[in-house]
Design a protein around this ligand. Structure first.
Ligand code: BTN
Length: 241
């Protein structure tokens, strides 16, 4: 798959930019939108995504066939890709289902996956990473967060990180397009945070408390509720552990 890149200095949100402009992008390629600064970033569940110049903000736009296997788990593939890049840098990332990337059980990075279906599935996969953020910034976030700088005591080059992430993601995306989530299942499970622990889960409608049992071969979450009952979710958020 060929790759197109758009580098911006400042934009409201790379995600919004991609959705405004995707009809002009080459559907056969992957288009990466990188912006040094985002003034109005968006997170999951319509939340604001707070960032400054120290964050990596990227949206990947590409298409999948309508009959693609397990496409609701495409966000997991980007999460795994970042985890693989971090592991190469001797860090020990974990994934909080569905696709938050965590270091020291604190949020380092979040992924927003949006799709628009026409003759194909148009995928807008946005990733925000706290790269060079200091403690003052992170303390203002409404959840326990960390940055690469805080975890490693060094300044990271955002463009290099982007380059490494894109390289690994493109390779993984080729495999995903061919075989779906299955080849990534054990990689994902090995990175899974809170496995066999008690969690509270919100599916957008109801809250459930149970034991995080596993992730299935399509990337969905299996939550053990009680009396052997397992509930299976393809979207939602872990509230507490
Ligand atoms: C989350 O809620 O955890 C997902 C956050 C996703 C943020 C990224 S930053 C790049 C892209 N542009 C946006 O406005 N949001 C995503």
């Amino acid at each position: 798959m060929q790759s197109d890149e758009i580098f911006l200095k400042s934009i409201d949100s790379t995600q919004k930019y991609a959705k405004r402009n995707y009809l002009n992008f080459n559907k056969k390629n992957i288009t990466s939108i990188f912006s040094t600064e985002q003034t109005s970033g968006v997170g999951r569940f319509q939340k604001k995504w707070v960032s400054n110049n120290d964050n990596l903000n990227v949206t990947f736009y590409f298409t999948l066939d309508k009959n693609s296997l397990h496409f609701t788990s495409i966000g997991h593939i980007l999460a795994i890709s970042l985890a693989q890049v971090l592991k190469k840098n001797e860090l020990d990332p974990k994934l909080k289902w569905p696709n938050d990337i965590m270091l020291s059980e604190k949020k380092l990075s979040g992924i927003l996956c949006e799709i628009i279906i026409d003759d194909v599935i148009n995928v807008f996969l946005g990733i925000g990473v706290n790269v060079n953020n200091g403690k003052d910034f992170l303390d203002k976030i409404d959840q326990n967060a960390t940055s690469l700088k805080l975890e490693t005591n060094k300044i990271w080059d955002k463009k290099n990180l982007f380059k490494d992430l894109k390289f690994v993601f493109l390779k993984n995306l080729e495999t995903f397009k061919e075989k779906g989530f299955k080849p990534f299942h054990s990689i994902y499970e090995n990175l899974l945070l809170y496995k066999n622990e008690k969690i509270t889960f919100f599916d957008g409608k109801n809250k459930y408390t149970g034991i995080l049992h596993s992730v299935d071969f399509e990337g969905r979450l299996n939550l053990y509720i009680s009396n052997g009952q397992i509930k299976n979710f393809s979207a939602g958020i872990i509230l507490d552990s």
